[in-house]
Design a protein around this ligand. Structure first.
Ligand SMILES: [Zn+2]
Length: 566
């Protein structure tokens, strides 16, 4: 019974959420301002996500053919892409840098973004394209309202803060060793047997439809995290009639356990035939997540760190859609998602290029990307990072973008595309530059370490009272941003009804910025907090015509009921 309930709750991806099957027409709608979004959000339509063409921002929606007159009330231009029919599936198909998209596919193109094309094809056809080496993404209807708020910036608007490397993070990066990377990759790709459930087993494939084999791979990951002493769960969902499992491990934060930093990879692979080693795609990212868990679990972090290996990515981002949807529906404060997909391929002698993909719709994802770039430079890693501000939607981070979570993808260069992509030749022995692979993992580990809020020097408290300068009345709801240069982000708190605030902070030097509409903002810096000390700073604010931008919380927790949530 329990299992049945569990499975019912976890139905949702690949079948239920896509839901473009109820006889609705599919439209592309150009958007120009937040006001448009507000209006559109109130219409009886379903939302399938945003995309950008060279010239404009668009959203994809579906609507009952009898209600299309509501579109005429909008000022935005729209275009019908497909007519109502039962059981249709739509996929985004992305070109492979070594192969252009087949002509017959181009002739059925419905829409095109900066990267790929949207087509109305069957699941079987889409998976055949995936097997030929074209990344696919199932178009999933999102349960959210369209007019969502921009996620807050983790860094409080401050840039370039990794001025010098932190020795303790350098020490963590030093724990990414060639022998471990080699061993873990060989374990996952069937180079030698591994012990799974106390029995030696060789993982010959991690293809989503090879149920027995991929379950073993999932169990291997589950046991790995369990051994590290982490909480682990196999998160089950149904995708295309098969039971799939994301492996989710977690280390609770010691200060703000509700704030979560996730590092992710998909562990399923291609081709459909055996062997399917999938060493670069994506044992490499998975080994990155495993090592991040192994190394970071030895340290104390303020935030919760989550280590996720997704299933069914190759079927259209199944596992990540499921997880992102669940996170959204349960109101999780998922502050950053770092997705590693294909991080081991670098042709010998070529530049060690690294691509970082951010979403132009989510400024916080760009902040994250700049932080990663900063870390690579600050720690002198042998990588040449470049940020794609209008990043690719072809991997799991895109599922999080769909729910407005700040996410990025770190990946190898598409200009040096792996010639063994989605073939049985994608093996550990094919890798030409293990140092590149190691540095990609180190970058991921360091980024999570910076974001996690390392509890290194101990903790103290910062508190005080904020008053109106002329009347000395206490000021409630003042937004206070606290920055500590040794942290990778800003903390924020607000004053209570008596104008008081009290925030636990890592010891060290801080700067505090006080903001509330109608008052001149104030910043005080060089506030030193020693371990176990409480430092008080009382502040008075002068009234005036000042308006400040206050970042809204990422998740509006009491926004109920949420569209599309169980
Ligand atoms: Zn992949």
């Amino acid at each position: 019974m329990r299992n049945i309930v569990l499975i019912l709750l976890s139905l949702g991806v690949c079948f239920l959420i896509p839901g473009y099957s109820s006889g609705e027409d599919l439209y592309q709608l150009a958007i120009s301002s937040g006001n448009d979004l507000q209006t559109i959000g109130e219409l009886p339509i379903r939302y399938f996500g945003r995309f950008q063409t060279e010239t404009e921002d668009n959203i994809l929606i579906s609507i009952d053919p009898l209600k299309t007159d509501v579109l005429d009330r909008l000022k935005s231009p729209y275009r019908k892409l497909a007519t109502a029919s039962e059981g249709k599936t739509f996929f985004w198909i992305y070109p492979n840098p070594r192969k252009s998209l087949p002509d017959p596919l181009l002739s059925v193109e419905l829409a095109r973004d900066r990267e790929g094309i949207l087509v109305d094809i069957s699941r079987e056809e889409a998976e055949r394209l995936s097997a030929e080496g074209f990344p696919i993404r199932l178009m999933v209807s999102l349960p959210i309202g369209i007019a969502s708020t921009a996620p807050k910036s983790l860094m409080g608007g401050r840039k370039g803060w990794v001025a010098s490397p932190k020795p303790v993070i350098q020490e963590m990066m030093g724990q990414v060793t060639e022998s471990q990377v080699y061993t873990y990759t060989g374990d996952l790709t069937g180079v030698w047997p591994v012990t799974i459930g106390e029995t030696p087993y060789t993982i010959s494939t991690r293809n989503s439809y090879r149920t027995a084999e991929i379950q073993k791979a999932g169990q291997h990951l589950y046991e790995f995290y369990k051994k590290l002493g982490l909480e682990v769960a196999a998160e089950e969902f149904i995708c295309w009639d098969t039971l799939q499992r994301n492996i989710v491990a977690q280390k609770k934060g010691s200060v703000f356990p509700e704030r979560i930093i996730a590092i992710t990879s998909h562990y399923d692979d291609m081709p459909n035939s055996i062997p399917a080693p999938g060493a670069d795609d994506n044992a490499s990212g998975t080994v990155g997540v495993m090592l991040a868990a192994e190394i970071l679990s030895k340290y104390d972090f303020g935030r919760t760190l989550r280590f996720i290996n997704f299933a069914a990515e190759e079927q259209g981002l199944g596992g990540s859609s499921h997880h992102a949807w669940k996170s959204y529906c349960s109101g999780e404060d998922l502050e950053a998602v770092i997705n590693l997909d294909m991080i081991a391929w670098n042709t010998a002698g070529s530049l060690p290029d690294m691509e970082i993909h951010a979403s132009p719709m989510i400024p916080a994802s760009l902040d994250l990307s700049e932080l990663l770039q900063n870390i690579i430079e600050g720690y002198g890693l042998g990588l040449v990072p470049s940020i794609n501000k209008s990043g690719s939607g072809r991997s799991d981070h895109a599922s999080f973008w769909g729910f407005q979570f700040p996410a990025l993808m770190a990946t190898e260069s598409s200009k040096d595309f792996n010639p063994n992509y989605h073939s049985s030749r994608d093996t550990l022995s094919s890798f030409e530059n293990l140092n590149y692979y190691l540095d990609m993992i180190k970058a991921g580990v360091a980024l999570v370490a910076h974001l996690g809020g390392l509890v290194e020097e101990g903790w103290g408290y910062l508190g005080g009272k904020v008053i109106q300068a002329e009347t000395s009345e206490p000021l409630p709801n003042v937004s206070i941003t606290i920055q500590n240069p040794s942290w990778g982000y800003a903390l924020s708190t607000t004053t209570d009804g008596n104008g008081r605030y009290n925030q636990r902070v890592v010891s060290g030097n801080h700067s505090l910025t006080y903001k509330i509409n109608g008052y001149a903002p104030k910043t005080i810096s060089e506030v030193l907090v020693a371990k176990d000390e409480t430092v008080t700073r009382d502040v008075s604010l002068l009234p005036g015509n000042f308006y400040s931008l206050i970042y809204l919380p990422l998740i509006i927790k009491d926004y109920a009921p949420k569209k599309g949530c169980p």
